[in-house]
Each structure stands twice: as structure tokens, then as C-alpha cells.
Design a binder for this molecule. Structure first.
Ligand code: PMP
Length: 454
């Protein structure tokens, strides 16, 4: 079936799906209308970017479930867009929160957890020198700054379609072969094309040509792109990326914030990527604001040299007051020791296997030219028959209206997907029976879409 026909079908389904959402949620609607002092009436304005007419106001989130203020309970397959990848409120993290509340949340001094957490990070991710920040955006920003200090180069390279958080230099698009600030970016002062080079993912020739100038401090990359649909690396691409970056004196910074869904040490450990710097944010502390960035021994030594050369104490542009707090260390420890375990990943992968098989067969039975991509516990339904190899192909495949209709119809059946894409994230608390129910609901919804599109 053609995309245009499916889009027309989706458009027809939207009003009814929207009305069904509204009818069930009068209290959330009231919150949405009240003048509560917030800009846009929400504490962070992306909260309006869901396909729903107003946001669901969440009364409680535990494990794999959310209950809104109207008493509707849904299975959460968004998980705060990965912040709650190990489920809402994992017990060990809740205990750590309780303990640190009594011991002091933030002192700008290390707590005794420092030894264990540093060792666990080094063991798990294979890099030896770590720092803690509050968000993945912060860690990426600090990693870039460290890479520039170490290499004494100004430029960075990212892949077209990337998202690494609120990090100025990464918010670019490749338009007609030129790198420019993303159209949606607000309040941008610097000319981003001067400091950032964007190249298509999986394009070794473009990567080599850009690195050959010898002026790029670091490549900042997700191992598989997860913020522009899902784009998997072509066979051999990572090997080439590592070899070329080494050859041209460019550091390789791998952002595992989403791909930590792969397994214990993320995609890097599973596929032997050997980054110089590695970043993980979002779920690493079980949902509290914490992220980590780690350097190889060699990069750490060079960073130290750069710091000494500048006599840089004080305002280095790296670190924030609440970073490395006792609260963060306690939650990191709980998460690394007791939440992000082999058993947890095993449970996630088991449910993800069920979801993957169910989605594939529903797509096949409905004869849709779509496919399912997967990185461990993270799945993406992509509206193309063949996997996209770069952002241009991924943008071509995507369809906002189909996405919206699917989201709303699934929500009506009690399943919450991630906005801005077709991502299904599976946490350890997701029961296999719920995974099966989800695939049945998906099959039903696809049937409705196909019917409406005829
Ligand atoms: N890196 C990646 C790969 C991300 O997907 C995101 C957010 N979606 C970030 C970094 C930024 O995370 P945060 O908004 O928590 O800073």
C-alpha cells in the first residue's frame, strides 16, 4: 500500500482517536486549561509535543505502568524517552534515594560511594577516567570541550540527523551538502557551519574527506542513530570510523545514552568500538538527573596536560555545581550494582523478542512495506521496506500523520509509545503477557489503518 493512501487513512482516523483520548481524561484536560503559572502551562514545553490534544497528567508511574489523574492505567513503552529504561522507580534506586536524603544530597564534596562507582564505570565501559554531570546534554558538551582542549582543534564532526541534547554545535543539518544550524534552533548566535561538519551516516568517503583536513577535534556519534528513526551502522562502518579517526588524530566520542539498550556496556562493549570518550545519560541513575562521561587513560593524560598548560583552575567550562553529588553517586551505585544487571537485560531482551516477532508478523500480514529495527531493548517501526542507511532516507520514510494516528490508537488500547518516532522501549518489569497484548493491539491498529486507507 502506498504511503499517500496510508496517510489519508491516518488522517481519517485521527479525529475519532483524539476524541476518545479526550473523553477519558477530563481531569488532565482541566490541568491543561488552568493558568498555573507555567509558560505553555507545562514545566517543560516539549510536554506539548505528544500527538495528544493535551498532555496526560501522570499521578503515578511504577515499573512498566503509568496511571494518569483520571485513573487510566497504560503500559509505558516510552519510559520517559529512556530516562526510565529500567522501569519507573527501581527498588534499589528508591532505597538509595532514601539513604542519601538522610546523609546529605549535595555538598560539592565526594561521598564514600566514589570508589565503588568509579570502579564499576571503568569495569563496565572499559575507559579508566570518569566524571559525573547532570544530563546527557551536559556530558556531551563537556566531552566536546575536553576533546577540543586535548587536540587543540576547534571543529567537531557529527552525523546528519543526530541528536545529542541541547548542545549548540550538534544542532545542525546537512542541507545541499552544507552544514547549517537546524531550522528549529532558537536564539543561535554562532555560525554553526564554521564549527561543525555534518556528514551522512554510513558514508565512509564523506567521513574520510572531512577528517582529512586535519582540523576536527572529535567525531561525536551514537553507535546506531536513534533520533532520526533508527539507522543501523552498515557492516564495517564502525571499523572504518575508528581507523579513520585514529589516522587523522580525531577523538572518537560515543554517546551511548540511547544505545545502552544493547546490553551491559552498551553498543560499544557489545561490538568492540573502542571510543576515546564515552557518554551515558538518562537511565544510568534510574531516572534521577545524572550522566557520566569517561576518558581513556591516554585522553585523560592529555587532558591533564592541556589543563596544566592553561593553568586552568576555576571556570573551565566543564562541570556544574550539583554534578557528582552524593545523591547522584548513590543512585549510580544502586543502578550499576543492582538495576542494570545481566538478569535485567535478559528480561528486557526476552520481552523485546516477543514484541519484535509480533510486530514483524503484523506488518507482514497487513502487507505493509515497513520493517522493524532493533537495538536490544529498543525497537523502531520504520515506514520503509528496506532499512535507511542515512538521515535523508530516514526522513523520506517517516510520516508524522501515520505516527500520530498509531500513537493515539494504541493509547486508546492502553499502550504508550515515544513521541517524535515509532519507538518501543521495553523495561525489565514488562510482563511477557503485556508484551503479547501489545503486539495484538498493534495488529488491530494496523488493521484499522489499512481499512481506513482503502
Ligand atoms: N544523547 C542522545 C543520544 C539523546 O537521545 C539525548 C536525548 N534524547 C541526549 C543525548 C540528551 O539527553 P538529555 O535531554 O537528558 O540531556
Amino acid at each position: 500500500m502506498e504511503k499517500a493512501a496510508l496517510e489519508a487513512g491516518a488522517r481519517m482516523l485521527l479525529p475519532q482517536a483524539t476524541a476518545a483520548y479526550e473523553v477519558k481524561r477530563p481531569k488532565s484536560a482541566a490541568f491543561a486549561l488552568a493558568d498555573n503559572g507555567f509558560f505553555d502551562r507545562v514545566p517543560m514545553y516539549w510536554m506539548l509535543d505528544w500527538p495528544t490534544p493535551f498532555p496526560m497528567v501522570v499521578a503515578e508511574a511504577t515499573g512498566a505502568r503509568l496511571t494518569d489523574v483520571d485513573g487510566n492505567t497504560v503500559i509505558d513503552l516510552c519510559l520517559g524517552d529512556t530516562g526510565a529504561m529500567f522501569g519507573h522507580g527501581p527498588e534499589p534506586v528508591l532505597r538509595a534515594l532514601g539513604r542519601s536524603a538522610l546523609q546529605g544530597l549535595t555538598t560539592m564534596l565526594p561521598s564514600p560511594d566514589v570508589g565503588v562507582v568509579g570502579r564499576l564505570l571503568a569495569e563496565r565501559f572499559g575507559l579508566s577516567r570518569w566524571q559525573v554531570a547532570a544530563t546527557a546534554s551536559d556530558s556531551n558538551r563537556f566531552a566536546i570541550r575536553a576533546a577540543r582542549a586535548v587536540t587543540d582543534r576547534r571543529k567537531i564532526l557529527v552525523f546528519d540527523g543526530c541528536y545529542h541534547g541541547a548542545v549548540d554545535e550538534t544542532l545542525v543539518d546537512l542541507v545541499d551538502g552544507r552544514t547549517q544550524a537546524r531550522g528549529s534552533l532558537l536564539g543561535q548566535a554562532a555560525e554553526l557551519g564554521e564549527s561543525t561538519v555534518a556528514v551522512p551516516f554510513n558514508d565512509e568517503a564523506a567521513l574520510e574527506a572531512a577528517l582529512a583536513h586535519g582540523d576536527i577535534a572529535c567525531v561525536l556519534a551514537e553507535p546506531a542513530m536513534t533520533n532520526c528513526g533508527m539507522i543501523l551502522p552498515a557492516p564495517g562502518f564502525h571499523k572504518a570510523l575508528r581507523a579513520l579517526s585514529r589516522q587523522h588524530g580525531t577523538l572518537l566520542v560515543i554517546d551511548e545514552t540511547h544505545t545502552i539498550s544493547t546490553g551491559l556496556g552498551g553498543y560499544s562493549a557489545a561490538y568492540g568500538l573502542e571510543p576515546d570518550i564515552l557518554v551515558v545519560g538518562k537511565p544510568i541513575g534510574g531516572g534521577i538527573p545524572v550522566s557520566v562521561w569517561g576518558m581513556s587513560e591516554e585522553v585523560a593524560l592529555r587532558f591533564d596536560d592541556a589543563r596544566r598548560a592553561r593553568n586552568a583552575s576555576g571556570h573551565s567550562g566543564i562541570g556544574t555545581t550539583l554534578s557528582g553529588s552524593a545523591l547522584q553517586l548513590a543512585c549510580l551505585r544502586a543502578c550499576l550494582e543492582e538495576v542494570m544487571t545481566v538478569e535485567a537485560y535478559r528480561a528486557m531482551h526476552r520481552s523485546a523478542d516477543i514484541v519484535e516477532a509480533g510486530l514483524r508478523s503484523a506488518i507482514e500480514d497487513c502487507d505493509l512495506p515497513w520493517h522493524v529495527s532493533r537495538i536490544g531493548a529498543r525497537l523502531e517501526i520504520v515506514f520503509s521496506a528496506t532499512p535507511p542507511s542515512n538521515a535523508e532516507q530516514s526522513r523520506e520514510a517517516s510520516s508524522e500523520v501515520i505516527e500520530h494516528a498509531l500513537h493515539l490508537l494504541l493509547l486508546e488500547r492502553g499502550f504508550l509509545l515515544t513521541p517524535f518516532h515509532n519507538m518501543v522501549l521495553v523495561c525489565p518489569a514488562l510482563q511477557e503477557a503485556d508484551a503479547i497484548r501489545f503486539t495484538r493491539a498493534y495488529r488491530e491498529v494496523l488493521g484499522e489503518l489499512v481499512h481506513a486507507s482503502r
